[in-house]
Design a protein around this ligand. Structure first.
Ligand SMILES: C[S@@+](CC[C@H](N)C(=O)[O-])C[C@H]1O[C@@H](n2cnc3c(N)ncnc32)[C@H](O)[C@@H]1O
Length: 332
């Protein structure tokens, strides 16, 4: 027989789980929407479903109590931030939210949750509560819209032409395909291995580990797993001479190329980290990446590095076209 306090704990857990489901459900429902839709305050984002407002009204006190618990408050803020990052990256993989930008998002979501808490304490009738929540959502989206302005390209006549509104999707590839494109053979891989931009699930890392190879991955968003670390590759401190192999398939070099050609890009940040990655190799270790980086490979000192190229056949380039190749830089 459960005590009253156990029953209360179970109810609080259920309400918390349902809140998580409501939040993730809203992101799922709007997953096909674009960043432009956010900027234009699309109605679908602003509308609050009847069953959601009904749930909030029914469990008003319990939800307020959840928001008064600092750990649960922080978890919900984190859920909002991660879901927003995933939404933005899924729209345009070249958007970069560094730790400073993430701090802006944290402020926005902290305000949002605090305002919700206040609304729950102050509105005890159904209609006023609904109206207050709809106002809150509206002003939250105005905050998000204002935040987007920091990503606008300087000197564009129409801000909606900014590159942040371009849709550049990103996909993850099978481990065998990645190894083939990179010209790598399982038997010759020198451990330990670091996969930069390994994807959320770290498919190649998991595959290499299943073959007994000590492999680790870094990506800006990763599922919880021992060998995977969440982090920005430009902020990742690559330990000197620590890795036998570093891999980055359709990831670091692809973004480096984008920054190199984009007129407001920051290729120097990528060039600096590229050299740090090469210093992270043990003597004899290799950095394998695709696509190749002709503009920087040509500058590498020959006495320290050997650059090998592996051409990517038309059938493997998956319609990307052009003279594509992948690169292996060996540290001498
Ligand atoms: C096209 S996917 C390739 C993933 C994986 N390497 C593969 O081939 O399946 C590019 C990956 O780079 C990651 N990425 C992009 N910018 C990043 C950054 N600044 N720091 C860490 N990872 C980043 C993305 O999250 C994405 O998982």
């Amino acid at each position: 027989m459960k005590t009253t306090s156990q029953r209360y704990d179970n109810l609080a857990d259920d309400i918390y789980s349902h809140l998580v489901e409501v939040i993730t459900g809203r992101y799922r429902k709007n997953a096909d929407r674009s960043i432009r839709d956010v900027y234009q305050l699309n109605e679908d984002f602003l509308h609050m479903e009847e069953d959601v407002i009904h749930f909030v009204f029914t469990y008003q006190r319990e939800i307020a109590a959840i928001l008064e618990n600092p750990d649960l408050f922080a978890n919900l803020a984190r859920l909002f931030i991660l879901s927003t990052l995933e939404f933005m990256y899924a729209n345009n993989q070249f958007i970069r939210i560094d730790s400073d930008e993430e701090a802006h998002l944290e402020r926005i979501y902290t305000t949002y949750l605090k305002d919700m808490h206040k609304a729950l304490l102050e509105n005890h009738e159904y209609e006023p509560l609904r109206a207050r929540f709809e106002e809150l959502i509206h002003s939250h989206f105005l905050d998000l819209r204002g935040n987007l302005a920091r990503f606008f390209d300087p000197n564009v006549r129409d801000e909606t032409d900014s590159s942040i509104f371009k849709q550049v999707v990103c996909r993850e590839y099978s481990p065998v395909f990645q190894l083939e494109i990179l010209g790598m053979h399982l038997d010759h891989i020198r451990p330990p291995v670091l996969d930069l931009g390994c994807g959320k699930t770290g498919r190649l890392v998991g595959y290499l580990r299943s073959k007994g190879i000590d492999a680790h991955g870094v990506d800006r968003i990763v599922n919880h797993a021992d060998a995977l670390t969440a982090g920005d590759w430009l902020e990742y401190a690559v330990a000197p001479a620590a890795w036998g192999t570093i891999i980055s398939h359709m990831a670091f070099s692809n973004h480096f190329i984008y920054q190199h050609y984009y007129k407001n890009g920051k290729p120097e940040d990528y060039a600096r980290q590229y050299m740090a990655i090469l210093s992270g190799l043990e003597p004899g270790g290799s950095f394998f990446y695709s696509p190749g980086l002709p503009f920087i490979e040509a500058l590498l000192p020959n006495g320290q590095f050997n650059v090998l190229r592996h051409s990517i056949s038309e059938s493997n380039s998956q319609g990307r076209g052009g003279a594509l190749y992948s690169t292996q830089v060996v540290r001498r």
